[in-house]
Every structure is written in C-alpha cells, then in structure tokens.
Write a protein that binds this ligand. Sequence first.
Ligand code: GLV
Length: 307
Amino acid sequence: MIYLYSLQDEALYQQLLQQALPQYQICSWPQQVNVAKVRYAVVWNPPAGFFQGMEQLQAVFVLGAGVDRILKRDDLDPAIPVIRLTDAGMAQQMLEYVLYGVLHVQRGMDHYLRQQSHRQWQPLHAAEAGQTRIGVLGLGEIGGRVAQSLAGLGYAVAGWSRSGRQWAGVENFAGSAALPALLARSDILINLLPATPQTRGLLDGSMLQRLPQGAALINAGRGEQVDEAALLGLLDSGHLRFAMLDVFQVEPLESVHPLWSHPSVLLTPHIAAMTLPQPAVAQIVANLQALQEGNTVPGLVTRQRGY
Ligand code: GLV
C-alpha cells in the first residue's frame, strides 16, 4: 500500500499515482488505513506521529525539494530512505520568480514605484545586465539552472555551493571560506540553499553586511537561513536597497511582523516554486522503480548532508 499525505490536490495525486502504479493500493490521508501495511509514503509535512507503526515502510517520497522538516522528525526511522524531488518543474518556476526580482532591481522598478506615488517623471540610469553582478547560493538542480539561465541572459553570475558544482557561464565559488568573496561581489544575492545544520543562520548580520552598498537580496531558499532583524536593520540603514522574500523564519509570517510594511520589501507566501502534480508523480514513479531495481535514485537524501 502507498499512503499519501498532501496538503492540496490529494484527489489528483491519488489518481495519478493509481494510474501509474496499478499494482499498489493508493490511500490518501485522512482515510484510515492499517499503517502496518504501508510500504511507501508520499508526503508533504504530515502531522506528528504519522509514520508511527509503519513497520513495513520501505521509503518516503517527499512532495517537495526541501526535506528539512522530514529529517527532523522523531517518528521516522533514520534508516528509511527519504527521496526528494529534484527540479520536477520547480526550476522553471524558480527562474521566473528570481528573474522578476532581478529585473525589479536592475531596471529600477523600486525607484519608479516610489516616483509614481509622487507623480514624479524622472528617467534614471539602469545598470546593464553585464554590469549587474548576481550571486546564487546553492547550485543544485534548481539553483544551478537559475544561475545558468541568468548567465545566458547576460548577467555576471557567480554561484556558491558546498561541492563547487560547475554550471555553464557561472563563476564558481566553493566552500565556506569562499562565501565572503562571493557576497562582496553580489549586487543581487539569490538564496536557494537547502536548510541544513550548515546553512541555518548562514546569512547573519555580518555576512549580509559584506554585500556591497545598495545590494539586494532575493530569498527563496529557507527563512531560517536569514537573520530577519539584521536584514531589517540593513534595509533601514540603506546598506541594502531591496529584499524579495518568499520564505520566513516563521510561516505564515505573523501579521505584526515589520517585514510586511517595509517600503523596501516585496514578499510572497512561499509560492516561488510549487510542486506540480504531474511531473512530481512521474519523478516519484521513476524513482520508485530505480529504488526497487537497485539503481541510482536521483533525489535520494543523504541524511548527514541534509539534502
Ligand atoms: C518548497 O519549499 C520545497 O521544498 O519544495
């Protein structure tokens, strides 16, 4: 049996999984099942205790790219393989989201919005793409494709990752020692890192301070990687010009949070790259087959690494 827990589109997921895997019984929470019979779970942040009693569980497929919350659970045996989505339609969405933020800054839309509210007609100089230095943190399937596509559009793109993965047209910075140099050359910093013990709190005040005067931050990685108080301070002082934020330390963002009304902030409710049912199920089915055949499973999470 495959037990599904998805926060939305559960009927569609159930139907797609059943079509692709007719040999399995697909059940969807909150349907009550004999959990001892569950072989595979397909989930996005199920409630505490969800995995309790799943004695036959062979693997958990996560309906998202980030597995930070799944890895922290105490009801899931660490020996059970966890498989996340890699790209599955998210890289394109992330590129669109990030590109919106990049153009907002590069073409001065933040300035023009301010001018418009004062009925002010004032052409401004726009930096050329080649003169706009973009830094991308995280060069996996999503970050790498975003970095490479922005480089293809003519931006001066550098990327930073743990392993130094190469992407065409992207200047490579690898390892923690290289982070300050990457920040110092980033007019627009794009965070697409997974949340791991190593990346938690990475963008604290001292790191954000290393961005050049007037830089912008786009965060579509995880909220806990950014010190929000320090970010607000740097926006207030004008050291940072703009922040576009999709993720927050606490989600949903509390209604009293100062980020809501900050004039230099554009924020969205964790929608930068949503899981698309069709490509997600196609990837899960392919990964399940690879797992059963003993082949390499793309997206198989290394617990120690955190992704
Ligand atoms: C979304 O945040 C995801 O991890 O897929």
